[in-house]
Design a protein around this ligand. Sequence first.
Ligand SMILES: [Zn+2]
Ligand SMILES: [Zn+2]
Ligand SMILES: [Zn+2]
Length: 97
Amino acid sequence: MKKIVCVALAAMLALSCAAAFADAPEYKLVCGIEENIGHQHDASCYTSWDELVCESTEEGHVHDETCYETVSFLVCGIELGRGAHSHTDECLAFSYE
Ligand SMILES: [Zn+2]
Ligand SMILES: [Zn+2]
Ligand SMILES: [Zn+2]
């Protein structure tokens, strides 16, 4: 009902609607969880080692760093985004205080 009045007033008087909603109940977050995107793999989630990829059979060839490739292997066992939370209606509760 308030909304209808406000829209009508705004149309007629071009007044801000904000005042009309000043006593509207506030929403409060009750989930206690911060919004987050969940687990993101970082360097500590991987183990890595240098693997020899050189197939040179050249005589006198000495392996240098270009003969190795860094291989990374995910070891954290946590799927990307696990534990993610984004607030939904269920995270909110009315507060009349
Ligand atoms: Zn991870
Ligand atoms: Zn080599
Ligand atoms: Zn939430």
